[in-house]
Design a protein around this ligand. Structure first.
Ligand code: DSN
Length: 422
């Protein structure tokens, strides 16, 4: 960083600004995490400089020897980590991974069943403003209105009535175990292919603490930067009979040159996820999520579906009279970072919402435990019951600083004169 400081102080300043935010704030966005120093090192490496269109030993550019080595290492680690027949580590992001999977499995106009964005799905699971909703005939399914959990009988009924080509499982705002085996049975019963987007839970799956979709799905897509704690990127796992279609869909189908520095960083992240302490980390993520959800409930907030089995929870703010948007903004003021999120059957528009989504991957990477979860719940409620009260905000901000000051941020050496955790 000191080279950048001299060379381009303006850019350096913004990076320092973000380091300061990462250090000072409590990061509760469920899809974020702190990549290790090793992951960041690979991302910032000279592999950035190389064009390597194609696949190992079948490139459209010379000089790709090291590129072949790193891509083979990353795909081997991804296959081993998730016990998959085939891995493609080139998608630039989760959205690109999903686009590639749709291209491989369907033709424009085909029917795909997916969880709607408003119910906890993802933009690329058929939202009308996204390519997925525009190119394919998406049939949405939702959670049950009473249990706020996936209703597999209802999903089966919709599948039988519509006979989709693909059934897509996976979510960005769903806090319960997803029964991939049941999804596979439903898909099989209507002659559909099962695709799973496991982006949020990939790290928990890798640690063996959430059932894996890999044995059940034709194709599994993911990102690497959420619970998996790697670089921002995507990847695809599939059964061997889909390997060729998936590879062709990624390149030349929708992408050009792979981002080789990001592929190297994925390899580092997969390697980290293979270490025994990764299982310990993921079990702490889950334990912290339960403690945070329980503590918020004790403080009077309603958790959608009554709790969590994974790294996240949705908090229903309806009774408090504070919208998700107002809550996100108020919590931002005290250094608690969250995102507004629709709750199931939310009457508010997506820009306002009635809820916030909270997750524990980042704070657990930092070393927070049960005590901090309970404290955070109290601080959140203190803010939400005193929205607009700057005296309370100052008091809570001080307590946030007291907590964050005790925990160095992985990947950043600057603080506390000590080596980072990772
Ligand atoms: N936007 C991501 C999330 O926050 O869940 C999913 O891509």
């Amino acid at each position: 960083m000191s080279i950048l400081e001299d060379y381009d102080p303006e850019v350096y300043k913004t990076i320092r600004h973000e380091e300061q935010r990462l250090h000072d704030n409590i990061e509760l966005i469920a899809s974020e995490n702190y990549a290790s120093k090793a992951v960041l090192k690979a991302l910032g490496s000279v592999l950035n400089n190389k064009y390597a269109e194609g696949y190992p030993h079948k490139r459209y550019y010379g000089g790709c020897e090291a590129m072949d080595e790193i891509e083979e290492l990353a795909t081997k680690r991804a296959r081993e980590l998730f016990k998959a027949d085939h891995a493609n580590v080139q998608p630039h992001s989760g959205a690109q991974a999903n686009m590639s999977a749709f291209f491989a499995l369907c033709k424009p106009g085909d029917k795909i069943m997916g969880m709607s964005l408003a119910q906890g799905g993802h933009l690329t699971h058929g939202s009308p403003v996204n390519f997925s909703g525009q190119l394919y005939n998406f049939i949405p399914y939702s959670v049950n209105r009473d249990s706020e959990q996936l209703d597999y009988d209802e999903i089966e009924r919709i599948a039988k009535a519509n006979k989709p080509k693909v059934i897509l499982a996976g979510a960005t705002a769903y806090s319960r175990i997803i029964d991939f085996q049941r999804f596979a049975k439903i898909a099989e019963s209507v002659g559909a292919m099962l695709m799973v987007d496991m982006a949020h839970i990939a790290g928990i799956v890798a640690a063996g603490l959430h059932p894996s979709p890999v044995p059940h799905a034709a194709v599994v897509t993911s990102t690497t930067h959420k619970t998996l704690r790697g670089p921002r990127s995507g990847f695809i796992l599939c059964k061997s009979n889909y390997a060729s279609a998936i590879d062709k869909a990624v390149f030349p189908g929708i992408q050009g040159g792979p981002l080789m520095h990001a592929i190297a960083a994925r390899a580092v992240a997969y390697g980290e996820a293979m270490k025994p302490d990764f299982i310990d980390y993921q079990s702490k993520v889950l334990k912290n999520a339960v403690t945070l959800a329980d503590s918020l409930q004790k403080e009077g907030l309603r958790i959608v579906s009554g709790g969590t089995d994974n790294h996240m929870m949705l908090v229903d703010l309806t009774k408090s009279g504070v919208t998700g948007d107002a809550a996100e903004k108020a919590l931002d003021k005290v250094g608690i970072t969250t995102n507004k999120n629709a709750i199931p059957f939310d009457p508010q528009p997506p820009t306002i919402t009635s809820g916030i989504r909270l997750g524990t991957p980042a704070v657990t990477s930092r070393g927070f435990g049960s005590q901090e979860m309970k404290q955070i719940a109290t601080l959140i409620v203190r803010v939400l019951t005193n929205v607009g009260d700057s005296k309370i905000y100052d008091e809570v901000k001080q307590q946030v600083c007291d907590i964050t000051g005790r925990f160095p941020v992985p990947g950043i050496t600057r603080y506390n004169n000590q080596q980072p955790l990772l």
